[in-house]
Design a protein around this ligand. Sequence first.
Ligand code: SF4
Ligand code: SF4
Length: 385
Amino acid sequence: MGRTIGEILAEVDQRLEWAQIRFKEAKESGLKVIGLYCGYIPFELVRAVGAIPVSLCGSDADAIPSAELELPRNFCPLIKSSYGLAITDTCPFFHFADALIGETTCDGKKKVFELLARLRPVHVMQLPYDKNAPGALDQWRSEMKRVSEFLVGVTGIEPTPERLSAEIYYENELRRVLQRIVRTFERPVPSLTWTQMLSVRSLTDFVVDRAPYLALIEELAEAVSVADAAVGDASTSGRMPRVLVTGSPMSPETNKVMRIAEESGALVVAHDACSGTKMFDRLVDEEGDPLDALTRYTLYIPCACMSPNDGRVDLLRSSVSTYGVEGVIDTVWQACHTFNVESVIVQRACREELNVPCLKIETDYSAADEGQLRTRIEAFVEQML
Ligand code: SF4
Ligand code: SF4
């Protein structure tokens, strides 16, 4: 008899906890670690030069006061946390990073990469903001080439087409298994909660050796499908409105909006942000030139930094339909102008096209507004009953 979902999830949490030890061992064995801050930078490219990618997006509220000694207080908490962790050397993953790759996704990040360059070698990818503009694909392809040269400078290993194709296949395998797991959220009674799924997805960002991670999520996919089959198509006991949480990315430590929604009686069935399905709901093309395939895959990420960003509403439309969503919560980190302005488009699509209520929440990493958030989210959930 296989392990239960609870036992597998306990191992996910344990692996998250121990991830820093794996990175320490990797460094000691001579591997290079590359710190990344965004999904526009493909893990495949980093792996193809023999290095280990790690996400350095900060989720620690305690690191923010140190960052505020240099950065404006009215600034995105994700950037402040990342920067605070870096300058105080309190993030083990930043500590182990040999080099950083940044991107010009938002003004805050691109200026902070100038500051981080004092601490580590930094390469910044120049992202075109309109993916359909003439020359955008060529420009992004040449950025892929440039970052690949930078990475070769760090490890001395060429990302040959064969190596890149193998990495694309492996990362796609991870995406395929994660896609299988989230199918549980299409059911009346999912076998997981999205707060649990957040940890499962988050672990992808902190993996040295992917084989045990792949085996673990395959085991989870199997356990979820057995549990789904056992529950059958029974409807929930009691009415739980099906909610999609969208917007700025969150982590298991900064997921207060999702957590409060679940505690308030909502069934969170979709999370289409970078911390959710956005990074695995499509596959990289396994045919043709692998660098071209990565260029297309990343350029078409529907992030709010794109202008226009039609893909965001397309994604919202398909998530609402796939998961039977009855209400949307749009979460925006304070001072994140791109997601904040785009919230108008999200709310309009919910109201005028999708016919579902939408609650916009602007917040930061502190617990100070939790009481007020709970009141608003409870009222939102109640209105759908
Ligand atoms: S939300 Fe946009 S900028 Fe942030 S990690 Fe995702 S793709 Fe990158
Ligand atoms: S949440 Fe917004 S401001 Fe913060 S890093 Fe992401 S895009 Fe930039």
